[in-house]
Design a protein around this ligand. Structure first.
Ligand SMILES: Cc1ncc(COP(=O)(O)O)c(C=O)c1O
Length: 471
């Protein structure tokens, strides 16, 4: 056995026997090297192995600390978390997006709604009128924090939901991902721990990779989407700097967390003074009578940065996002000035006119109706043929179905097989980095039902059944 493995095993025993209590400091690398007669590198490897297993955590310039109390005491939490110190996902995402980016592929793997439903005629008309008259090209909207009138319109939409917001709290960004990235960068330093949901939009993993962050994940609660007990355990155990959660029409799993659970999450954030970056880009795509509130609704002490975007309701061509950044607004603007600056002036101006008119609400009502109908048709079709061997997570909002394949089918293999028929699906390896089983897929159900859609879904069903039969 490698010397570092042997040392890691000894240290693990000390932790499990209770020699070191929760949060006590381990000997420094140098002390440990002197005590054991091993090299610094060997000790470092042993510590890193224990850190990757979630048994210890590191704090910059302070050393390593115990993350687990004597055996058994945190078995519940350790069963629910995974812990990743080195994130490498960007090239996987890059290859995946390239592979599905051709016109001939049926885009069930895409994250965007059917473009046919987006880009409303009225908005295009406003845009072309503005472009023709060359008006509203004021250069200041191009600088952070973005167009003042648009920030005002967005702030008013928060106020309608009972959320305190002023135009100065809002920073306009180049889409939702830009808002999320800027927020994470503003709140973290390399080496910090962040908490992600176990299955999370890959943009969060890419951001962690780029910023050199350590990731802890929390599994979804099978019934409620979010596990409050596990959350509290993790807050007690790790020096978590920031959480990045999506709690409305979650991508990829699809759930919307209930009001009471969100209120409790907010209480815990307040108790432990941990910040939350809330990804809410699908906030408008709900199908019940009332819009689910964001976590920002419960924010007592400016710990929550709420990020959203027009890209999912108006299309990728209107990829303008924002963050309700509150007291972090200025910091985010500084970062923006060094990176994406702001989004296109003309589009921001067109959005002011469109979003503040009744046309936006009318458009939202239409797409909600159509998305809900399309999702129902997809779900009914797939359940008819796959209920016998797959679990289909079919939540009320959004336009994704999350399908658990039979245990021996690897979702990446299925994705590759389906690409031979020019059909994309999103395999779980894009959302959950270290799950070795990887047997979920996400299907985008936003497309209008047609013979082409039905034929493609039939091929998806056939491929799953063939994989199953090969067993
Ligand atoms: C969950 C989630 N968050 C953020 C984004 C990024 O939004 P935007 O395209 O506005 O940058 C996406 C895009 O697919 C997404 O699915």
């Amino acid at each position: 056995m490698y010397k570092s493995k042997k040392l890691a095993q000894q240290l693990r025993q000390h932790i499990e026997n209770g020699k070191w209590s929760l949060h006590s400091k381990l000997p420094s690398l140098r002390e440990q090297a002197q005590n054991s007669g091993l090299s610094l590198m060997t000790v470092m490897n042993a510590y890193q192995e224990l850190e990757a297993q979630g048994l210890i955590y590191s704090k910059e310039k302070s050393g390593y600390f115990v993350a687990q109390s004597a055996s058994g005491q945190n078995s519940q939490a350790s069963a629910l978390l995974s812990h990743h110190t080195k994130i490498e996902i960007n090239s996987v995402v890059f290859k995946y997006l390239k592979s599905i980016q051709t016109q001939d592929v049926i885009p069930f793997g895409s994250a965007f709604p059917d473009p046919e439903l987006l880009s409303p005629a009225k908005l295009l008309q406003i845009l072309s009128q503005m472009a023709r008259h060359r008006k509203n090209y004021d250069q200041y909207s191009n600088l952070p924090p973005g167009n003042a009138a648009l920030r005002q319109v967005i702030a008013q939409r928060y106020q309608i939901q009972g959320i305190a917001a002023h135009a100065d709290d809002i920073v306009i960004s180049s889409g939702g991902l830009d808002a999320l990235n800027l927020s994470l960068q503003a709140l973290t330093q390399p080496g910090d721990y962040i908490l992600l949901q176990q299955n999370t939009f890959y943009g969060a993993w890419q951001a962690a990779e780029r910023l050199g962050l350590k990731v802890i994940t929390i599994a979804e609660h099978p019934q409620y989407g979010f596990d409050l007990n596990a959350f509290e355990h993790l807050l007690q155990q790790y020096p978590i700097k920031v959480c990045w959660f999506m709690l409305n029409a979650q991508n990829p799993v699809g759930f919307t967390v209930r009001f009471e659970i969100k209120a409790k999450i907010a209480e815990l954030l307040h108790q432990y003074q941990v910040c939350l970056i809330e990804d809410d880009v699908y906030e408008e795509l709900y199908y019940g009578a009332n819009k689910p509130v964001p976590m920002k609704y419960f924010d007592q002490d400016n710990l929550i940065l709420h990020c959203s975007s027009f890209s999912k309701t108006l299309g990728a061509g209107f990829r303008v996002g924002w963050v309700h950044a509150g007291k972090y607004s200025e910091h985010i603007q500084h970062l923006q000035l060094m990176s994406t600056i702001s989004s296109h002036t003309l589009i921001q101006n067109a959005l002011v006119e469109f979003v503040s008119s009744h046309h936006y609400e009318k458009h939202l009502r239409q797409i909600r109706r159509r998305l809900q109908k399309n999702k129902r048709l997809f779900a009914d079709y797939l359940k008819q043929y796959l209920s016998c061997c797959c679990e289909i997570y079919d939540d009320a909002n959004g336009y994704f179905l999350w399908i658990k394949l039979p245990i021996h089918i690897n979702s990446f293999d299925l994705y590759q097989q389906l690409m031979m028929y020019q059909i994309s699906v999103a395999p779980s390896s894009l959302f959950n980095l270290f799950d070795t089983k990887q047997h979920h897929i996400r299907i985008n159900c936003s497309f209008e039902w047609s013979q082409t859609v039905e034929k493609a879904l039939d091929i998806v069903v056939q491929c799953i059944q063939n994989f199953k039969a090969e067993r």
